[in-house]
Ligand binder design. Sequence first.
Ligand code: IPE
Ligand code: IPE
Ligand code: MG
Ligand code: MG
Length: 358
Amino acid sequence: MGALSASFYNPLPVTFAVRVAPRLCPSDRPLRVTDTSTPALYRSLSADDMAAVDQVIHQRLSSRIALVNQISHYIVQAGGKRVRPMLLLLIARALGCDSTERHELAAVVEFIHTATLLHDDVVDESDLRRGRKTANAMFGNAASVLVGDFLYSRAFQMMVSTNRLRVMAVLAEATNVIAEGEVLQLMNMHDPDISVDDYLRVIEYKTAKLFEASARLGAVISDASPEVEEACAGYGRTVGTAFQLIDDLLDYEGTTAELGKNIGDDLREGKPTLPLLVAMQRGTPAQRELIRHAIEHGEVEKMPEIVAIVRDTGALEATREAAREQVQRAQAHLALLPDTPWRQALLQLSFDSIGRSN
Ligand code: IPE
Ligand code: IPE
Ligand code: MG
Ligand code: MG
């Protein structure tokens, strides 16, 4: 468990610490991380593909409207981990696909993701993203929402160019479900009485669905069998769920400097995420009441007390454990893919979605 640099692919020379998860698979499991000394296998194996995707992204960002260019370049140049395109590319390569449409589609999923971030930061009233002021803080809410729409629709123009109905169906479904997830989350805001299942449904919709679609598309463009396609989709869904669980954990455990996002935004927004739900279940009546009140009123000033409660009740560890369970499921899905270095990279990527600190 050491501090390593740049775990996820990032085209920018940004260094960040990543704690590599310990081996999580029992020895009787079919897949194991065999070489933890090369934590960035997924990065090195996808480096050329990711460079090609970066080119597509920059080519396709262009618009006739100056403000669209300005805002879209502003958020894209800030980097981002590009996990979703990496998933798509690694799965495509694991299944033997070498068609260049993989680059176009990887850029499509990154555009959809970027559009959701532009919208999400408006809804969440966030002012820090990727270590910079958010687009809404720089250019205003209206411009952010509209450029988000531009990126969504540009992504749809690009996916149509692949001329594959199935690709369009997968992405149309995913974007629709993401929107439902964000609305569902809005309905749950400031509600301390939601269940863990309600919470899991939100993260499945708003986050896991795009991971699922990215992974599924890697299989679709490889003309994989229905069984393998479902395994890939399951891998994406479970990694995406783990990824969001850790995102929610990092809002209480991480640092603003490493995350590039403001710690405490979730509490300020009154988001009942798993660390708080578990802390309420396990805490004393007084602790429970403090958290309930903070969720209802978005009391970010209670952050120090709440961090202490989520830590002392084991709620952070429970959240991490929930993410580990998802990764174990991801691992089982991967068993259906052929044994290649790309599958090993996918396995490693799933572990790093837990060990990450940004
Ligand atoms: C942020 O996604 C939104 C979540 C689903 C947690 P990422 O953590 O992938 O954001 P970037 O693209 O790396 O900035
Ligand atoms: C993920 O939720 C948002 C999307 C899937 C668009 P969050 O609101 O937790 O994401 P961050 O923390 O702002 O990146
Ligand atoms: Mg947000
Ligand atoms: Mg978050």
